[in-house]
Each structure stands twice: as C-alpha cells, then as structure tokens.
Design a protein around this ligand. Structure first.
Ligand code: GLC
Length: 495
C-alpha cells in the first residue's frame, strides 16, 4: 500500500445525519469541470438531484484536468497529498476539494497524467486511469467522510471495484463498502494487451482471470464481474446488452450477472436546458409562448448565412459523428430529404470521413445545409432552440440525452426505437399524442419516412404540430423520477 505523506490527516469519519448513506461517484468527467458528452452531463447533474432528496449524500471524484477553468482554480481547497502505487511506480497524488450547488467535488491531481490538452486518446490511457482508479481507494481514508457506496462509471473507473475486491475489502476503513458500476456505453470497454497486466495494472498473473476476456485485458468485463451491482442508463438498453447484437462481445458476462443488473433512465439538467431562461438563446420562451420560438430560427438562419424563412422546416443533428449514431443511414437518405424545401444543420465532431461528408454536403447545398464540425455548447443551445425537427437515428443508444434536450426546447425528435430513445420518446401517431416520430427498422428508408411524417405534420397540420411542441416542452425530463429509482437501488445495494 502507498506511503502517505499527508498535510491534513483527517481520519475520523463523520456523518452529518444518521442513516444518510454516502455515495461517492467515481468518474472520468463531470460538467462543468470536464466533459466530452453524456457521461459528463450525468455526473454533473445526478448527484445534485440525489442530494436534494436529503436521503443520501452524493459526492463526486474526478481527475483534475488541464481543462479545469483557470479562474476557478483559486477556489480549490487543498486537502492532502499521498503517493499511489501504479504497479511498481509510486506516483504523486494531490487531493483538492470544491463545493458547487450542494455537491462536494474531489479532484485528483497528477500533472503528468492529467495536464494534457484532451481528456482521452493517449497511448497511456490505461495507466492514467489505473492511477486514477487506485488513487480513489488510497484517498478514501483522507476524505473525512465515510463512503458507503463507490459508484463507478464506465471503463475508466472499472479498476476501482476490481482493486477493491482484490486488495482492499478486508481492511479498515474499507470493510463493508459496496460497489456499483454503471455502463454508459458498452462499446468502450477498456481493452488492452495482456502484456501490461503486471507492469501497468499491477495485477499478478495469478489474478489474470479477474480481467481477462477473449485473450486480452477487458476492464469493463472485470467490473461487471466484481462490482456488487451494475446498472445501465435505460431499461431497454439493460435488456439489449444481454444480446450479441448490442453487447459488443460482453453478452455472456452480462447474462451471468443479470441478477445484479438494473436499467435506470437518465434525466437532464432542466434548469440549464430551460428555454425560458437559457442565456445562449436569441429569444427566451416557454410552453405558453411558443410563437417566440421561431425568432430563434430566424436569428440562427442569419447567423449561419442560410436563407431566412420562418416556415422552412429546419432539421438538426447535434451528435458525435460516429457510426452507432446512425450517420450511415443519414448519409444514404439525406439527398432525398434535401429535395424537399427544408434546411439541415449538423453540429459535432467525429470520424474524419463523416466530417468530410457533411462539409461536402454543405458545399453542394449552399442554401440548405450547414455543417459546423466543432463542439460548441453555446451554438448547441441555439440550434436546439432554433430547429423544428431533431434527428437522432442511432443504431444503438444507451440512453441519449439530446432527444430530451431537444424536447425541452420544443424541437421534435425523430428517433430510432432503441435503448433510451425508445424509453423516452413515445411516437406521436397522427400528432395528438406522444412526443416525436419513431421508426424501428435500422435502414435509410424507414428513417426517411419518419422524417417525411414530421415535415408533413409541420407543413400541413400546424395546430397539431404546435400542440406537439407544447407537449414536448412540458414533458418531465427532470431527474426527479430517476433519482427516486437510484435511491431505491442504493437501498437494495446496502441491504
Ligand atoms: C453515453 C451514451 C448515451 C448516454 C450517456 C449518459 O454517452 O452513449 O446514450 O445518454 O452516456 O449516460
């Protein structure tokens, strides 16, 4: 175990309120401090919602990345520093604390591992997150806060439940801690060559079976086996990942562990995604003033240099440009869709080939298409608010948050019936019910037909369309219901 050189050794665990369980969220990102997508949104909003219940206290621990806002660094409180073993290395590990919106955040500092321009994508990502996962455990005695549940998210933190069971669970103050592992996307499993088992992960070949899968190291597989409970981000995805079609090879491990798997749908931060108050919007509006929404389209058209016309249906995609997001069927269908009098705006980055396709499309359809190949939150809010139709034809989608954000802004989603899209967007039929346009078969014709239905309702039945817009804005995508389900889940975990 590590040698601890602490500045402040606060060893006596304190509990504010009896029976209030303490849940430590262990993750590689949390908005607004660091984020690349849905995971960051969830870690940045679920703990807040849980703490409001007063039934548990959730805190969050993430790496201190270079992206942490410079102006806020002065507000970080230094807690302690220790050294953490990464196999045979002993690495410096600083701990900082910060409170925001009723949540305590801990930041793990090691400039060698985390002071880099991106969060991921380095040759030593395995080592960086092995360090992080181990540091969480090593730091637990110094938090002055007894952890009841370690709630770990995605492969970057998969080693925490594994190390816990291998090396920590029988000693104080670790005894009795429960571990939960949440799968946000099963496609990214943390796979590495078995050569680095001892040298990087510090796990001996005797224990190889804990993280071995199909001849290589698979950290997510290890966490599924080792965590006390596992969850994923929608009920439908919880079922899907037990099948070969969706599990990216992990179906057997999930079937074996099916008894400890739950599916709980994410919510979104409805305060940030509120058209009545979001400062990035050109004009604010709510369900009772949807006539103002169109001003956002007009200003967006001007900003993007598109022809201005308030009745031109605007279709938007805000997405990572990767294949599971359904980009291939969009590429097949888009020329047909663009024969209609519509505008199409896409925002996001991803695979080079997809990026080039949309840039090329913009050149071909100067008056109809805009492709912004970037990650820009301010522009995202403006597009969510300005568009009429939000296209999300994912091949697989663990939960998906963009369809909920679009609804918050009264922009009607066209989605494929899969994962969390199925669980959050009921089909609107002929316009009098539901929240969007749903298609089930993963092919470009089915998608195009759903888009045509949306354009048809928008163009020919504007009263029904407006009713749909109001329903979407009023739909409850807050964390309230899901936070309740997590609270029940935590009760079960600690039973
Ligand atoms: C991942 C999934 C997405 C989900 C998000 C938050 O990004 O791909 O579907 O909404 O995690 O759980």
């Amino acid at each position: 175990m590590a040698t601890k050189t602490t500045k402040t050794t606060k060893k006596s665990p304190a509990r504010a309120k009896k029976d209030v369980k303490h849940v430590l969220f262990v993750a590689s990102e949390a908005f607004p401090f660091a984020g690349t997508g849905g995971l960051g949104e969830v870690i940045g909003s679920l703990p807040k919602a849980l703490n409001k219940s007063g039934e548990i206290e959730a805190r969050v621990i993430i790496p201190l990345y270079q992206s942490f806002p410079q102006e806020e660094r002065a507000n970080l409180t230094f807690v302690t520093h220790i050294t953490v073993p990464v196999a045979w290395r002993n690495q410096y590990c600083g701990l900082f604390e910060y409170e925001k919106d009723g949540v305590t955040y801990y930041f793990i500092d090691n400039e060698f591992y985390f002071r880099r321009s991106s969060l991921y994508g380095y040759g030593d990502d395995g080592e960086r997150f092995a360090f992080f996962s181990r540091a969480v455990l090593e730091l637990m005695p110094f938090l002055n806060w007894k952890v009841d549940i370690l709630h770990c998210h995605d492969w970057q933190t998969a080693l925490t439940p594994i190390y816990y069971k291998l090396y920590y669970m029988f000693s104080e103050p670790y005894k009795g801690v429960k571990t939960v592992f949440t799968i946000h996307n099963i496609e990214y499993q943390g796979q590495f060559s078995s050569d680095i088992l001892e040298d990087v992960f510090g796990i001996s070949f005797r224990e190889y079976m804990s993280i071995e899968y199909h001849g290589c190291i698979n950290l997510m597989k290890g966490a599924i086996d080792y965590a006390d409970y596992i969850s994923t981000v929608s009920p439908t995805y919880a079922e899907q990942i037990k099948t070969a079609e969706y599990a990216h090879g992990l179906e057997d491990v999930l079937n074996k562990n099916a008894g400890k798997l739950r599916g709980i749908l994410n919510g979104v931060d409805v305060v940030t995604y509120d058209p009545a108050t979001q400062p990035a919007l050109f004009v604010n509006y709510d369900a009772d003033s949807i006539e103002k929404k169109v001003q956002n389209k007009i200003e967006l058209q001007k900003m993007l240099g598109l022809p201005v016309g308030e009745n031109i249906p605007m279709i938007a995609m805000i997405t990572r440009l990767v294949s599971h997001k359904g980009i291939d069927i969009v590429r097949h269908a888009i020329n047909d869709i663009l024969t209609r009098p519509v505008q199409f705006v896409v925002l996001g980055t991803g695979e080079g080939d997809h990026e080039s396709f949309f840039k090329h499309l913009e050149n071909l359809y100067e008056t109809k298409v805009r492709a912004r190949i970037t990650f820009n939150k301010d522009l995202a809010h403006k597009i969510y608010a300005g568009a009429d139709i939000f296209l999300m034809p994912s091949r697989s989608e663990p939960c998906g948050l963009s369809q909920m954000m679009a609804c918050r802004y009264g922009t009607i989603p066209v989605v494929r019936e899969t994962g969390g899209l199925k669980d959050s967007i009921p089909d609107c039929g002929d316009g009098d019910k539901g929240l969007g346009f749903v298609f089930s078969s993963y092919d470009s014709d089915s998608m195009r037909y759903a888009v045509e239905r949306a354009i048809g309702l928008y163009t020919d039945y504007r009263d029904k369309w407006n009713g749909l817009v109001q329903r979407a804005i009023r739909a409850d995508f807050s964390w309230n219901k899901s936070a309740r389900e997590y609270l029940d889940f935590y009760k079960k975990v600690t039973e």
